[in-house]
Design a binder for this molecule. Structure first.
Ligand SMILES: NC(=O)c1ccc[n+]([C@@H]2O[C@H](COP(=O)([O-])OP(=O)(O)OC[C@H]3O[C@@H](n4cnc5c(N)ncnc54)[C@H](O)[C@@H]3O)[C@@H](O)[C@H]2O)c1
Length: 279
C-alpha cells in the first residue's frame, strides 16, 4: 500500500481537468508535488490554488511530446523532491474526425503525446522510483483503451497501447519483485476541457461538427474531475491494477467482455437513446 500523506508525486497535464484535480486532492492529503504541463500559466494558477501550505510544490513547463523535455523534468523533479515516489502520466489530447478526415501527421501528433509521452516519462522516472521503498506509476488510458467507438482511431490506438504497455510492464515489475507498482486508469466521460482543447481533423471543413461534439461530450460526461481524482487516489492507496472510473466505464467494460466483437451495436443503440432523451 502506498500512503499518500508524506509521498511526493509527479503529475503531467496538471494545469487542467483530471490532472488539476489530482494536484489539488493530493496536496490536500499531504503529498508534495512536481506539476508538469505545457500550459505554464495554467500550472501557476493551480500552484496558487494549492497555496502556501506545508506542501512543497514545484512547477515545470514540459511538453510530453518532447523526450528531452521529459528527461529534464525527471531530473528537476527528483532533485526538487528526492523522496519522489509517485508518477502520474496524465497529460493527453484528443483529435476530432474519422480516419479519412485526419492526416497522418495529426495521428502521429496524438500518439506522440498520448502514448510515447507515457513511455518516455516511465523510462525517465523508473530508475529513481525503483530506488524508493514503495513507489507507484499511474498511467491514464481511457475506456477507449477497452472499447473502440468510431471517430477515435488515433485516440483508441494510443489508449489501447498505453494499456498493453502498462500491463506488460506491471507484470515485469512483479516478477522482478520491484517496489514499484503500476495502475492503469480507464475513465469514462469526465467533464473536462479535453474536447474543447482538441484539434480538428484536416478534412473537417465545418465548425458545426466541432460545436456538436463539444455539446455531446458535455451532455454525456457524468463524472467530475474531483471525483475522478479521488477514485485514482483510492486506486493508488489500494494498489489496484485497473482503475475504472464512472458507471459508463464499468458498463462498457462489462459489455466488452460479454460481446467482445459486437459491443458497438449495443453501445450505438444506447447512445442514440440517450441523445433522444436529451432532446
Ligand atoms: N475527460 C475524459 O472524459 C477522459 C476520459 C478518459 C481518459 N481521459 C484522459 O485523462 C487525461 C487527462 O485529460 P483531461 O480530460 O483532464 O483533459 P484536459 O484537456 O482538461 O487536460 C489535459 C492537460 O494535459 C495538458 N497537455 C496536453 N498535451 C500536453 C503536452 N504535449 N505536454 C504537456 N502537457 C500537455 C494540457 O495542457 C492540459 O492541461 C488524458 O490522458 C485523457 O486522455 C480523459
Amino acid at each position: 500500500m502506498t500512503a499518500i500523506s508524506g509521498s511526493a508525486a509527479a503529475v503531467t497535464g496538471a494545469a487542467s481537468g483530471i490532472g488539476r484535480a489530482l494536484a489539488l486532492e493530493l496536496a490536500a492529503r499531504g503529498c508534495d508535488l512536481a506539476l508538469a504541463d505545457r500550459d505554464e500559466a495554467g500550472l501557476q494558477a493551480v500552484a496558487a490554488e494549492i497555496g502556501k501550505g506545508p506542501r512543497k510544490v514545484s512547477v515545470h513547463r514540459v511538453d510530453v511530446g518532447e523526450p528531452h523535455q521529459i528527461a529534464e523534468f525527471a531530473a528537476a523533479a527528483t532533485s526538487a523532491h528526492p523522496a519522489l515516489n509517485i508518477l502520474i502520466n496524465n497529460a493527453g489530447v484528443a483529435l476530432l474526425g474519422q480516419f479519412n478526415e485526419i492526416e497522418q501527421a495529426q495521428m502521429e501528433w496524438l500518439i506522440n503525446i498520448n502514448f510515447w509521452g507515457v513511455v518516455h516519462a516511465t523510462r525517465a522516472f523508473l530508475p529513481h522510483l525503483s530506488g524508493r521503498p514503495a513507489a507507484h506509476i499511474v498511467n491514464l488510458s481511457s475506456i477507449f483503451g477497452i472499447v473502440a467507438p468510431p471517430g477515435q482511431t488515433a485516440y483508441c490506438a494510443a489508449k489501447f497501447a498505453v494499456r498493453g504497455f502498462s500491463e506488460s510492464l506491471r507484470h515485469e515489475l512483479a516478477i522482478a519483485n520491484s517496489s514499484v507498482r503500476l495502475s492503469v486508469v480507464h475513465p469514462g466521460g469526465v467533464l473536462t476541457n479535453i474536447v474543447r482543447n482538441s484539434r480538428t481533423g484536416a478534412g473537417i471543413a465545418d465548425n458545426a461538427r466541432r460545436a456538436q461534439s463539444i455539446e455531446r461530450f458535455d451532455a454525456m460526461a457524468k463524472t467530475t474531475p474531483a471525483a475522478a481524482a479521488q477514485r485514482i487516489i483510492l486506486g493508488i492507496e489500494k494498489n489496484q491494477p485497473r482503475i475504472l472510473i464512472g458507471g459508463d466505464a464499468r458498463f462498457m467494460d462489462l459489455l466488452q467482455r460479454f460481446r467482445p466483437a459486437t459491443y458497438w451495436a449495443v453501445l450505438q443503440r444506447r447512445i442514440e437513446k440517450m441523445a433522444n432523451a436529451g432532446k
